[in-house]
Design a protein around this ligand. Structure first.
Ligand code: SAH
Ligand code: SF4
Length: 371
């Protein structure tokens, strides 16, 4: 006999924005201000049950119990690195999983969250891309990563919310899941949700230009762009979406994004791949693209993963590359690799994904010959 799976038909309030919660309460005949109370209970006071919400009447609490839930994503595992980085693997249905990483630093705690199960964009140096795409995470599954981290880490941070910054640099391309990322940003920014400023939230994108333009109008949080190459021939191979939205178009959109808020810098991420994109000529070309613009460059030493034959640039090469950018007047930093002993570093997040759809923009060979 086929086992019958119990389906939870209650509304999961974890993924609802203030306006959606207002509608929800209107539908059950309650006042709109309940929306703010419940947002605070869930996202600021870490409530796990309606029973805890003592400023709601007993009758309302028991009504909520029958029609609604606060369901966080299930945790498969938690690992802590020698440097204090924490990585969680979250259940995302059908035997799949996504990863979230918490990076503690003096005075702040950054949570790196996932937005999709896998990724269709197939960048040639990325472990998530290598797994292909399965599906978009919904709002509850994305904001649930933040809710889980704060609940779990609160004790360690003496009751202060542990997460002070959120970066969309985990698995997936956030702008390919725009529909769910925008409400998530709304909850992160809301004074009744996480109350984070735009400065403390960074969306990282490989450059889906139409959605990038839209984000500038809809939300204008901090933006990081995965550039990784200073010309189209190389970027076409490393970041295949470049064939659809080439560098010039992408950078135009970036400068428009930056202009929407004065003094807003865009971070350009540049993965350092040995003998692929790390010569001084590459640095010069990159400087020519970005000099005089509201741009910062963050060099990311490549993090290796199995099944990939790229190598990390030598430390001295990275220093020289960074030095050349600085000589040319640019702000350039090198990202410290954190949590690599638990495979929690940039681009190593793989979760468990069954590849159903993959965009095959890439050429056959994984490693381009560029010099
Ligand atoms: N899809 C988004 C965000 C997730 S990836 C994006 O591409 O921007 C976050 C960052 O890690 C991106 O800059 C990505 O290019 C980089 N990255 C991917 N694989 C990497 C690897 N193996 N080593 C170092 N950085 C990597
Ligand atoms: Fe997707 Fe970003 Fe990885 Fe590219 S680098 S495959 S866009 S997650």
């Amino acid at each position: 006999m086929i086992p019958v799976r119990k389906v939870d038909t209650r509304t999961n309030l974890l993924g609802l924005t203030e306006s959606q919660l207002r509608n929800f309460f209107a539908e059950i005949g309650e006042k709109p201000f309940r929306a703010r109370q419940v947002l605070q209970w869930i996202h600021q006071r870490n409530a796990a049950t309606f029973e805890e919400m003592t400023d709601l009447s007993k009758a309302l609490r028991s009504q909520l119990d029958s029609v609604a839930s606060i369901t966080l994503p299930g945790v498969i595992s938690e690992q802590t690195s020698a440097d204090g980085t924490v990585k969680w693997l979250f259940e995302s249905g059908a035997g799949q999983a996504v990863e979230t990483v918490f990076i503690p630093e003096p005075g702040r705690g950054t949570l790196c969250i996932s937005s999709q199960v896998g990724c269709a964009l197939d960048c040639s140096f990325c472990a998530t891309g290598a797994q292909g795409f399965n599906r978009n995470l919904d709002v509850a599954e994305i904001i649930g990563q933040v809710a889980h981290a704060n609940r779990n880490l609160a004790a360690r941070a003496n009751g202060q919310p542990a997460v002070s910054n959120v970066v969309f640099m985990g698995m997936g391309e956030p702008l390919a899941n725009y529909r769910n990322v925008i409400p998530t940003l709304e909850i992160l920014l809301s004074d009744f949700g996480y109350g984070l400023s735009r400065r403390r939230i960074t969306v990282s994108t490989s450059g889906i230009v139409p959605q990038l333009e839209k984000l500038g109008d809809d939300c204008n949080v901090s933006l990081a762009v995965s550039l990784h190459a200073p010309d189209d021939a190389l970027r076409d191979v490393l970041v295949p979406i470049n064939r659809v939205h080439p560098i010039a178009t992408l950078l135009d959109a970036c400068w428009r994004y930056a202009a929407k808020r004065a003094n807003r810098f865009i971070t350009f991420e540049y993965v350092m791949l040995r003998d692929v994109n790390d010569s001084l000529q590459h640095a010069d070309k990159l400087a020519t693209l970005l000099t005089g613009r509201p741009a910062k460059i963050n060099l990311i030493p490549f993090n290796p993963f199995t099944g990939n034959d790229y190598a990390r640039s030598r430390t001295r090469t990275i220093e020289q590359f960074q030095g050349r950018l600085r000589q040319r007047g640019l702000v350039a930093t090198t990202r410290r690799t954190r949590g690599d002993d638990i495979d929690a570093a940039c681009g190593q997040l793989a979760g468990k994904v069954r590849d159903r759809v993959r965009v095959r923009l890439r050429e056959k060979g994984r490693k381009p010959a560029t010099r």
